[in-house]
Design a protein around this ligand. Structure first.
Ligand code: GLN
Length: 307
């Protein structure tokens, strides 16, 4: 069966589940997104694309952006990053502060909010926020091969006005010296990276370098080494869904990263990158129908990193 036939099948079988879960209402701009949206897109490592539903409509990628800022931060400081952020699953919610005191302001991993705020701080060092945001956006446009990718100022402002927990995390880590720039500036970078708007198709393209050994599709330009792509995938598998990372590995069997906008980007190494979007979240804060769609897709393709 062709990939596009599988994508169509998944879309049809998912219909009864459109609208499952609840939108993230703690960010006012996200609370307004219609619950019944659903999109799925796949890009294979030889550049074939397949998509269905609302796959061309931009949505707020939120924490999926953490994969790309991690990639940039590793490019900037290499393994020095691991002095400031760990590589272990947290087993706690994405916005939790509890481990930070025991672990002296070093977040468990780069995909929980605290870890992504440190990563944003690394990217900001020596720059003005505007320059760092320009670098992030340029990278997103390059890897998705699409210059229309943008940051949604309304979403960024909405989070800036209500992001008290993120402000608490950043200030707390600043107290341990693990945030080096003024907290408002680091948070400004973080909120803007989360506000990036992309469609499933753009996001599937953006994930290609992780599926294709560090390169854009086919023998395209190299973005990172094959080893770095493998390691980023390992972190997505173990930490990409917060305290549901184990469940996602069990159900889907592929590295993936979720965001509270309802998007998930998943990677089948050597085969394809996949993006799904359905704004309704489960109680952990991951897309309910999105997870189900990926489970179905993995089952139909037989793709799994576990053999
Ligand atoms: N911007 C969101 C926040 O900081 C990102 C969280 C997420 O997508 N899980 O709360």
């Amino acid at each position: 069966m062709s990939i596009s036939a599988i994508v169509q099948d998944v879309y049809e079988e998912m219909r009864p589940h459109f609208g499952e879960g609840k939108v993230a209402d703690y960010i006012p701009a996200l609370a307004r997104v219609p619950l019944d949206k659903f999109g799925i897109a796949v890009v294979t490592t030889d550049g074939e694309t397949a998509f269905a539903g609302d796959a061309l409509e931009p949505f707020s990628i939120q924490s999926v952006s953490k994969v790309f800022t991690l990639t940039l931060a590793l490019g900037r400081v290499g393994s020095g990053l691991w002095k400031r952020v760990g590589r272990e699953p947290s087993g706690d919610p994405f916005n939790s502060i509890v481990q930070l005191e025991h672990e002296h302001g070093i977040p468990r991993n780069p995909f929980i909010n605290a870890g992504a705020i440190v990563t944003a701080d690394v990217l900001l060092a020596g720059h003005q926020p505007r320059e760092t945001l320009g670098e992030i956006l340029q990278f997103m446009r390059y890897i998705s091969q699409d210059d229309t990718v943008y940051m949604d100022e309304d979403v960024a402002r909405s989070e800036q006005a209500t992001g008290f927990r993120n402000a608490a995390l950043a200030n707390y880590m600043r107290g341990y010296g693990n945030i080096t720039n003024p907290v408002e500036k680091t948070l400004g970078v973080y909120f803007h990276q989360c506000s990036i708007a992309m469609s499933c198709l753009q996001l599937a393209w953006a994930g290609q370098f992780l599926a294709n050994g560090g390169k854009l599709p086919g023998n395209g330009p190299r973005i990172v080494s094959a080893e770095r792509a493998r390691r980023i995938n390992a972190l997505m598998l173990t930490c990409g869904h917060y305290d549901a990372s184990g469940d996602f590995a069990f159900r889907v069997g592929l590295p993936g990263k979720s965001g509270v906008g309802g998007g998930i980007m998943a990677v089948a190494p050597g085969k394809a990158s996949i993006a799904v979007w359905s704004p309704g979240l489960n109680e952990i804060g991951n897309s309910a129908a999105g997870t189900r769609a990926l489970e179905l897709f993995a089952k139909k393709t037989g793709w799994s990193v576990f053999g």
